[in-house]
Design a protein around this ligand. Sequence first.
Ligand code: FBP
Length: 258
Amino acid sequence: MGFDKFLEKDRAIILAYDQGLEHGPTDFNQKNIDPSFIMEIAEKGHFNGIVFQKGLAEHYYNGRVPLIVKVNGKTNIFKGDPIARQNCSVEYAVSLGAKAVGYTIYPGSMHESLMIQEFGKIQEEARKNDLAVVVWIYPRGESVKDDTTKEVVAYAARIGHELGADAVKIKYSGDPASFSWAVKAAGKSKVLMSGGPKAPTEEIFLQHVKGVIDAGGNGVAVGRNVWQHDQPLKMAGALRALVIEGKSLEEALKIVKG
Ligand code: FBP
């Protein structure tokens, strides 16, 4: 089943670019607002996968990097307990060239059951179409006070595993020891760290990535820390060094600053 197409030595660096829907153009500058620029980073930076919503996949996907079509999403205009509903069928994702579908669940939201139910159908549909399933699990809403504690992050990972995801995309819990509990909780699902806003320094971001690998995680599915960087391909090189090649933080920093 599934996620092997995205793995290299059991690891993966995935480039996420659905922020135009999730956050709006506020994340973008003159260059990275253009999805062709991101497609080029994914290819030249040797990413193992790229994430697009269907609209971008229709116009910009070039077939040269494995595609994950995100099949749900939401804007950040509404501020209540979050819900993101399906906007693309599995069948249509296949027609766009997808090798996986992506779906976000917000456990803790008052709407979590709708997303869990909807994801259940998508997961089964994906299995019939031999597509991998990646689930973004972001505990969020009134009931969630801190989404990066050891227990909350491990719970997120376990939810993905219980629901049949091949890979779970979760937040970093702050250190390798606590994150290794999430990796355990994820069982046979692969574990990818979600990036978040551009970190104050490259070192902070890359330290987190190294922590994920040290904890036994499989890699990252990140966006802003790559395509908001002045030199996205250097950041891609640093990620590849840490995640795929198992290099040290010092070596990765040399690449990104070099
Ligand atoms: P980033 O590395 O840019 O944070 O991307 C990861 C991601 O999961 C995107 O796929 C998604 O658009 C975004 O984060 C959602 O961010 P949030 O819901 O935390 O605002």
